[in-house]
Write a protein that binds this ligand. Structure first.
Ligand code: NI
Length: 137
């Protein structure tokens, strides 16, 4: 089994806060990501797929096709958007890095399978020092 990763980048706004809580309580629980007037991150997304190299090409997956899938199902929907209000598949969810990574997995698992590969992990980096990895369970 060979694992191959495509990196993509996007910028998006979000806020972590509960509307029923005060700004002070949200700040206490969610830190700077609770800022009432939103803020943004430059996210880095790593999508890893796995499979056996196809004998005639030597490829597990066509990386440009994988990039197209990630762009169609994720990047076009989140880049320069507000993830709390603009993104259909994030509706009703807290926009934590954890939840975003799970939602991205759910967006990608079927179209990646249609490329003939298996989705292995979604790694989402929100800041230089924090990232989340999701393996589908
Ligand atoms: Ni934030």
């Amino acid at each position: 089994m060979v694992y191959i990763t495509r990196r993509e980048r996007f910028s998006a706004a979000h806020k972590l806060a509960k509307s029923e809580w005060s700004d002070e309580k949200n700040l206490e629980v969610f830190g700077k990501c609770s800022n009432p007037n939103w803020h943004g991150h430059n996210y880095i997304l790593h999508v890893t797929v796995k499979g056996k190299p196809e004998p005639s090409t030597g490829f597990v997956v066509d990386l440009s096709a994988l990039s197209d899938v990630i762009k169609e199902h994720i990047i076009q929907k989140v880049d320069h958007k507000n993830m709390n209000v603009d993104v259909d598949f994030m509706k009703g969810l807290m926009t934590s890095t954890e939840n975003i990574a799970i939602a991205f997995w759910n967006q990608l698992v079927k179209p990646v399978a249609e490329l003939g590969a298996e989705l292995h992990s979604v790694k989402l980096q929100e800041t230089e020092n924090n990232y989340v990895e999701y393996f589908g369970e």
